[in-house]
Write a protein that binds this ligand. Structure first.
Ligand code: NAI
Ligand code: FMN
Length: 175
């Protein structure tokens, strides 16, 4: 289809409503992560399902972060973060980091260590990716953070945690 025809077709299509978009997105199952940062701009963390692998050369994940999130200034200012992929038994942490709770209370609920970047690494996460932010692109309400992995750890045989249909579901590791 020519570009002009495409624009014309787009104009004739009624806009997709935000609620319809969210209802459809609720049908996409996604792993649950707690993304953390620490440094001169402070310690902060938030729950994120908008996380995926971009490339393995160099190993890079992307994280979509709402610019209105309380963690946003610290994440951007520090320029580093750790993506902690939750295991099945860490659902309570997802709720804590999912908004409204004071930062100190979020971090008090679990054990943490630090590696190369100084971002908090969650004890017993299914996997943790210690990253530096290599690129930022803004789209609508969110910043897309490209995160180069400097160090990682994976927990063998951890059961996974998935968010689907606005609820949490455990996923069993292969036997
Ligand atoms: N990518 C994001 O920023 C996400 C944000 N959330 C937050 O958690 C709240 C509860 O989510 P649900 O229980 O799943 O019910 P919901 O009806 O608010 O959202 C359904 C689905 O729509 C998408 N979504 C929701 N808000 C979004 C946003 N601001 N930007 C991009 N995608 C968005 C997500 O895939 C989400 O699972 C949301 O209202 C939002 O504040 C949840 C999932 C992803
Ligand atoms: C299951 C779940 C998934 C979420 N995924 C994302 C996400 O991918 N990106 C994002 O910016 N916010 C996401 N959020 C919302 C943030 O975790 C939340 O807005 C953040 O902690 C900011 O809240 P605060 O401003 O009160 O700190 C998610 C929330 C939940 C409960």
């Amino acid at each position: 289809m020519q570009l002009a025809q495409l624009e014309c077709a787009t104009n004739l299509t009624p806009p997709v409503l935000k609620q319809d978009y969210r209802d459809a997105m609720a049908r996409l199952a996604a792993a649950v992560n707690v993304v953390t940062t620490d440094g001169p701009c402070g310690r902060a963390g938030f729950t994120a399902t908008a996380v995926c692998s971009v490339t393995d050369e160099p190993p890079t994940l992307l994280v979509c972060l709402n610019r209105s999130a309380s963690a946003h200034p610290a994440v951007i200012g520090n320029g580093i973060l750790c993506i902690n992929t939750l295991s099945c038994d860490q659902q309570a942490l997802s709720n804590l980091f999912g908004g409204k709770t004071p930062m100190a209370e979020r971090f008090a609920a679990a054990g943490w260590s630090t590696w190369a970047t100084g971002a908090p690494v969650l004890d017993d996460a299914a996997a943790s990716f210690d990253c530096r932010i290599s690129q930022i692109n803004s789209v609508g309400t969110h910043d897309i953070l490209c995160c180069e992995v400097l160090a990682l750890r994976r927990r063998d045989r951890a059961d996974g945690l998935v968010y689907f249909d606005r609820d949490y579901h455990g996923v069993c590791a292969a036997i």
